[in-house]
Write a protein that binds this ligand. Structure first.
Ligand SMILES: Nc1ncnc2c1ncn2[C@@H]1O[C@H](COP(=O)(O)OP(=O)(O)OP(=O)(O)O)[C@@H](O)[C@H]1O
Ligand SMILES: [Mg+2]
Length: 233
């Protein structure tokens, strides 16, 4: 069972007494590209936040890399691109490299890095999204799609093994979206990063998805691995 990097068991969650998730169980294995699908309000973002420990379920448990969430400490292995609602204010007082470097200063980050190591990681992650020449720019002065690419670089900077993305291509133009999916595919297939992505574009990316987690009215109706005959749970 070692190849299970994410497991949710019987997760239920309510906001102010209003039930959003009911007994959701699912697994994601090492090397999977999992698409989390379901209609607006189905509970996809909520489920991701529970997996990241940002929300606490009413009942049920999450395991990351075999550790129950409360005991999990290796947060540098996890990257997260939250769902974007608004673009940042034009005056937001941080440069691109400051935004991207934040996870390297997080308390949850275990490794001590030199300035040079940090700079090289920042450069590499910006290069992955084609934004390295924007390092010194103020984030608030970039377009929505450019800001989104910066948030993706931020999620990549600590070299995650498991990447959560919540509708990451919102606001990104078609051509950039294609580049971005190619990047995700490369991270998944060549670098072995496991991906869990909320998406409404499942049909466009079907060929690179190995697992589908489908939410419907708060319950998981499917957690299928498409290849290897499936390990439906
Ligand atoms: N902070 C909150 N407080 C109260 N209710 C919330 C909160 N966040 C979400 N909800 C409700 O929980 C339900 C699930 O929301 P969630 O954001 O997880 O859906 P989603 O599947 O991500 O939808 P979308 O595709 O629109 O992003 C919705 O009915 C929503 O109104
Ligand atoms: Mg959402």
């Amino acid at each position: 069972m070692d190849d299970i990097v994410l497991r949710g068991e019987e997760i239920s969650f309510s906001y102010d007494g209003c039930k959003v998730l009911k007994d959701c169980s699912f697994i994601v294995k090492h090397g999977d590209f999992a698409a989390v699908v379901g209609s607006n309000g189905a509970g996809k973002s909520t489920l991701l936040k529970i997996c990241l420990g940002l929300l606490k379920p009413d009942s049920g448990k999450v395991w990351l890399f075999g550790k129950v969430l409360d005991k999990f400490e290796a947060w540098e292995k996890i990257g997260y691109v939250p769902q974007r609602i608004l673009t940042l204010n034009i005056g937001f007082p941080a440069t691109v490299e400051e935004v991207v470097s934040a996870p390297l200063y997080a308390k949850k980050q275990n490794k001590k890095l030199s300035k040079q190591e940090r700079e090289s990681l920042i450069y590499k992650s910006l290069e992955q999204v084609g934004m390295e020449s924007y390092r010194k720019r103020l984030i608030g002065r970039l377009s929505a799609g450019q800001q989104q690419r910066i948030f993706i670089a931020k999620a990549l900077v600590s070299g995650p093994k498991l990447l959560f993305l919540d509708e990451p291509t919102t606001g990104i133009d078609n051509e950039t979206e294609e580049d971005f999916y190619n990047l995700l595919n490369k991270l998944n297939k060549e670098d072995g990063i496991t991906i869990v992505m909320v998406t409404h574009d499942y049909t466009d990316i079907k060929s690179m998805v190995s697992r589908v987690i489908q939410l419907n009215e708060g319950g998981i109706i499917d957690n299928i691995r498409k290849t290897e005959g499936g390990d439906k749970k």
